[in-house]
Write a protein that binds this ligand. Sequence first.
Ligand code: NCD
Ligand code: ZN
Ligand code: ZN
Ligand code: ZN
Length: 356
Amino acid sequence: MIKLPGLIDPHVHLREPGATHKEDWASGTQSGLAGGYTILLAMPNTDPPIADEYSYSIAATAANKKSYIDFGIFIGAGKDNALTAADLAPRAAGLKMYLDQTYGPLHLENLTFWQQHLKNWPVDYPIAVHAERRSLAAILFMSVLYNKPVHICHVARKEEILLIKDAKEKGVKVTCEVAPHHLFMTDEDIPQDEPGRGEVRPCLVSKKDQEALWENLAVIDCFASDHAPHTLAEKISASPPPGFPGLETSLYLYLNAVSEGRLTIDDLVLRMETNPRKIFRLPRQTETWIEIDPEFSWEIKATNTYTRCGWTPFEGWKVKGRLKRVILRGETVFEDGEIVAKPGSGRNVRLISTSD
Ligand code: NCD
Ligand code: ZN
Ligand code: ZN
Ligand code: ZN
């Protein structure tokens, strides 16, 4: 049995408010718990988006009542909320800026909006950005210009990881995460008969891009799931929304990579706990850990998962390593596939005192 700290997922989409048929704060945090996470940070591209006091309070109220694990809530950067967002900073996981088109209405096309947010957001609070290709180069420059460090979400391409590597070498304060589907899948995994299942942003990329991510593991600060649940019916429809569920598969893909010798357990803990905690300034959870059976071999299946979306892009994948037990604040909250915690036992990470 291996004992590890409770994992932290800094990039998760729970669909409440607005699309609870895909996920809500109960199902999403159960899914996180079943995947070995004891903290998740929720993205703001809900309906309405989390972008002001009112929408923040809708999400926070649902989270307080339903959450099974600790959580933070991002504020979305919009076209007219730079001051409001800055006011909410102490209660937020961070600011999220969508610099390219993806799921939801928060795309910031105009550079003026980037400037307003970068100037107003307080420097001690995190900023996470969806920035692909040329948007990445632009935000790195502006982050230096306005002296606001940024965390780059779901880096997928060779050009992107190499740009971040060079920026880090020049002393630019930038951190990044990679999602499991970009490390373990390529564009060759897009199903020919149901291509909607393969839709995700950033897109599934080439073998060459995937290899560049593995070759530059040292540049990758975090393994985030980018859990982005949409139902199977939506995925195979005429206009499939982009996004893959990931909370209940990420740990296993990484544990399997450990069993194959592609990663070490230390590589995993650094990117799934230590670094996310530092980058997002998260409190240490007292008496909290997870227990793993590293020898257990099994097959990933969408049945028996807690997420509401009902499918996984990793269906049928064989993996080695299984979560046995999760202990949160001294209490067993998950054991042998069963959730033992009560809804509402999760806390907002920004309200937990850091002296804990
Ligand atoms: C995400 C979603 O569905 O909210 N989709 C995705 O393909 N990654 C949005 C995002 O993270 O860009
Ligand atoms: Zn747009
Ligand atoms: Zn994104
Ligand atoms: Zn996302």
